[in-house]
Design a protein around this ligand. Structure first.
Ligand SMILES: [Zn+2]
Length: 471
């Protein structure tokens, strides 16, 4: 079995840091050795990666991506191939994407369709959540089957997008009751979509068609209200584990914090766009430019406390995970579908390549610690979603490892050759005080020397267990 030694780096875990060597045998971590121990024990390796002066951290896990998602009359522009290669470039070694059952479709068929898109096309490992866009007897049975047989242990419901994905409160309660029986996690897009649709229609009727009205018609109160309602329904359904996706508003964070204080299994994620970008600086750019940043939940105003509160939430573990909600659309022919009508702009921002970098900048800026960076971007995502062999560097775990160089810099943008299949970057011009150095996926080096050395088809489907993060 091939042996690799990552030598001399500072190994960062969710709970601390140590200097030492990581010994990899085949696809797994075999041992962590104290400095000098490899030599004194006579450990030999086929390959030594010198990590002196660098950080050695578990590979990033992005539990919220949408490769090839059909949305708003087009498809997200990254395939599983381009999206997972971009992920690898950004130090990500596992994604969990969403198989999509729209209202009226069959759950099993939708999961099979996502397997077909991904199988043989991924550069890194991948799992699936299942979106339930139509709660009925058949889909409830399917939910149980997926937990028992398919390694799909989390189900996303929508309180937004009436007519496409929307579930009413009764449907939500039934799905939650089902998950309560199997132990599955309910993920929630928490925005009051019925009220939002009224605001959107009123805005368009007034001739307010520019991209930024997307945010003004999705007020923070309606994210807070939906989050509150989801939490109450989860309580009625027997304290089913509930995970609020892509949180952007202080109002929603307060609801989650209160539920956690009451001892409930309520969790939340945010995404880099909600930590760094705003209504004024991005969405309100002149003309149609703001379309680049149309995503749901929307970017919020910088004049309230959303950004500050979300960073605080990350420190306090009110927000347990950072994902990207990677859902890229090009401006040309895709975002342009919404010229003259913001509500027709496909919703989404591409970011799978930049999450580790953007959150590392949070370390440099003093918002979070190195350990918290690892915890929110890898360790907790793995535990939250039952990826039992990932999210930590320890004997027996998959050798998914990111070697990070804190002395180099990263420039983000299309002119700096990002690898996502997009004609623009939501983070154009951002500079990061650090850089991805080497990335290993199950012991195979997939990025080194600023080169992708992996292969499409290396990535495997990972069957997930139940969450091990519950209170
Ligand atoms: Zn999403």
């Amino acid at each position: 079995m091939a042996r690799t030694l990552i030598s001399g780096g500072t190994i960062i875990s969710a709970t601390g840091r140590t200097t030492g060597d990581v010994l990899i045998e085949g696809e797994s971590v075999a041992a962590i050795l104290a400095p000098g121990q490899a030599a004194s024990l006579g450990v030999t390796a086929d390959r030594v990666i010198d990590a002196t002066g660098k950080y050695v951290v578990p590979g990033g896990i992005d539990v919220h991506t949408h490769m090839e998602l059909p949305f708003g009359g087009t498809n997200a522009s990254d395939t599983f191939e381009t999206g997972t290669i971009a992920a690898a470039w950004g130090g990500v070694t596992t994604i969990v994407d969403f198989a999509v059952q729209k209202t009226g479709e069959n759950v099993h068929e939708s999961l099979a369709a996502w397997h077909e898109k991904a199988a043989g096309n991924c550069a890194i490992d991948y799992g699936f959540h299942q979106i339930i866009g139509g709660v009925d007897e058949e889909s409830l049975k399917a939910m149980t089957y997926l937990v028992d047989n398919e390694g799909v242990t989390s189900f996303k419901l929508f309180m937004a997008y009436p007519g496409v994905f929307y579930a009413d409160d009764g449907q939500i309660l039934r799905a939650m009751q089902n998950a309560s029986e199997t132990g599955a996690m309910i993920m929630m897009h928490a925005e009051n979509g019925i009220a939002i649709d009224v605001l959107v229609a009123q805005s368009l009727a007034r001739g307010q068609t520019d991209p930024y009205f997307h945010s003004l018609t999705r007020p923070a109160e309606l994210e807070g209200e939906a989050t509150h309602r989801a939490i109450q329904l989860a309580k009625v359904a027997g304290n089913v584990p509930l995970y609020i996706v892509h949180m952007s508003a202080s109002e929603a964070l307060e609801e989650v914090a209160a539920a956690q204080h009451a001892g409930m299994n309520v969790f939340a994620e945010t995404c880099p766009q909600y930590l760094y970008l705003s209504l004024e600086d991005q969405l309100m750019q002149p003309g149609f430019e703001g379309a680049k940043w149309v995503c749901s939940t929307p970017l919020r105003t910088k004049h309230e406390h959303h950004h500050r509160d979300l960073w605080k939430g990350l420190r306090m573990n009110e927000l347990a995970v950072v994902s990207t909600d990677h859902c890229p659309f090009c401006m040309k022919d895709q975002k342009e579908l919404g010229l003259g009508n913001f509500s027709a702009i496909p919703n989404g921002i591409g970011g799978v390549e930049h999450r580790m970098e953007l959150l590392y900048q949070g370390v440099v800026n003093g918002e979070i610690t190195l350990e918290r960076w690892v915890e929110t971007c890898s360790t907790t995502p793995a535990r939250m979603f039952g990826l039992d062999r990932k999210g930590a560097i320890a004997p027996g775990m998959d050798a998914d490892i990111l070697v990070w160089d804190p002395t180099r810099r990263t420039k983000i943008g299309i002119n700096d050759k990002h690898h996502m299949n997009m004609d623009h970057s939501a983070y154009e011009g951002f500079e990061i005080d650090g850089k991805v150095d080497t990335v290993l996926s199950r012991g195979t080096v997939v990025v080194e020397n600023d080169t992708f050395t992996g292969s499409v088809g290396h990535g495997r489907y990972v069957k997930r267990g139940l969450s091990t993060y519950l209170h």
